[in-house]
Design a protein around this ligand. Structure first.
Ligand SMILES: [Zn+2]
Length: 390
């Protein structure tokens, strides 16, 4: 724990003193967790969804307590806002699909972290259900929930998303926190143990691998030729996706979103909140970090580094995934959105390190090429019908 305990009255007016511990994840998402003096995670009675109070200031005759609360409170909560928080969570996780794709899950994670950062409703379960009554298996293993439904405590859900990503250290972090506040410790302690064992195995993997490699050091020319052939194919695929991204896709997206509209969107799109815990007072301050801030950060770095690309526009600073998300309300065709996400998935997996299955690429790349072609055809058709409409 990095924060020294600076106790302040709970911002929701329950009268309990808390301090904030910020938990950081490897993808730079972070959550401030309110803990009480004994380090337990604060279960605020004023955030009990079924019994929300009418006012979020301490109900007491102790004037000192009220004065202290008012002095510390940057913000006075009202019932409607808390209700809206729960409704937002409900509606965001209702009728979802695409959770098997990492890009979709990233959006869900960001949303969840954003909501919990604002209102720490760690003790209120979230119900999610898939469109068409299906959810990926690991979200549907709750025996109490009907098929297609999943009921999760928020941090447990976040951990499950990380686990689905294969990001075990972050999943482990979440499960550990969940264990602290779970009423059904068995389920989450099993989850924690499972991930923990996997993490340990992963740590030992490189050692085993090195040993095996050493053992089979005889010349493998056939294998080497095969490997370099695969490498060639991977590079080719990556370049094709880049060509699509910088060509047809860029043209299409520019025809759909003007420069000004883009700027507006960038400023509105809050990627996450940064939570600054004031050293002196222990107060939690929320600082929004927008896509526009992110680009500004890149621009600032540009001045200090060697340039290899010229005439960078705001678009060039966005990842393919971010650009795709800008089209969310522009493309009504869900199929195309899915295809774009698939292309992005492959692009991401190609640009990251790790070994590949030697036989999988042929089929996957044929699929990816088909996705690109379908998207190109759709772009052409859509732009033409736009022109017709004018
Ligand atoms: Zn409280």
């Amino acid at each position: 724990m990095t924060n020294d305990k600076k106790l302040v009255q709970c911002e929701f007016g329950c009268g309990v003193n808390v301090y904030y511990q910020t938990v950081e994840f490897s993808d730079s998402l972070e959550i401030p967790i309110p803990r009480e003096a004994d380090d337990s995670i604060h279960n605020c009675p004023n955030l009990d969804r079924d019994e929300l109070p009418d006012v979020f200031t301490p109900i007491t005759d102790d004037q000192d307590l009220i004065d202290e609360f008012c002095q510390n409170a940057d913000y006075l909560w009202n019932k409607e806002e808390i209700e809206k928080h729960y409704l937002d969570l409900d509606s965001y996780f209702a009728g979802i699909d695409g959770l098997e794709f990492k890009n979709y899950r990233d959006d869900f994670k960001k949303f969840l972290v954003k909501q919990l950062g604002i209102i720490p409703s760690f003790y209120s379960d979230i119900t999610l259900y898939g469109s068409g009554d299906t959810l990926p298996g690991c979200l549907n293993d709750d025996m109490e929930a009907p098929p297609g439904y999943g009921i999760f405590p928020p941090i447990g859900l976040l951990g499950t998303f990380y686990e689905m990503d294969g990001n075990l250290p972050d999943a482990k972090k979440c499960y550990k926190i969940q264990l602290e506040m779970s009423s059904s410790p068995n389920f989450w302690s099993n989850k924690f143990e499972e991930v923990n064992v996997q993490c340990e195995m992963k740590e030992q993997e490189p050692l085993t691998k090195k040993y095996v490699e050493k053992e089979s050091k005889k010349p493998q020319t056939d294998q080497q030729t095969e490997n370099s052939k695969v490498e060639e194919e991977l590079k080719k695929m990556f370049l094709e996706i880049r060509k699509f991204e910088n060509g047809d896709f860029q043209e299409y997206i520019s025809s759909k979103i003007s420069r000004n509209e883009l700027k507006e969107k960038l400023k509105k799109d809050i990627l996450r909140y940064r939570f600054v815990i004031e050293k002196q007072t222990g107060k939690k301050q929320r600082v929004p970090y927008t896509m526009y801030d992110k680009i500004k950060t890149y621009h600032a770095k540009d001045e200090n580094r060697k340039q290899i690309r010229k005439n960078q526009t705001d678009w060039d600073y966005l990842s393919l995934g971010e650009k795709i998300s800008f089209l969310d309300d522009k493309i009504r065709n869900k199929e195309i959105k899915k295809l774009l996400d698939e292309i992005n998935d492959i692009r991401n997996s190609l640009s990251h390190s790790g070994d590949y299955y030697p036989d999988a690429w042929l089929e996957v790349f044929a699929d990816t090429r088909l996705c690109i072609k379908k998207c190109k055809d759709f772009f052409e058709f859509d732009v033409k019908s736009d022109i017709k409409r004018i």
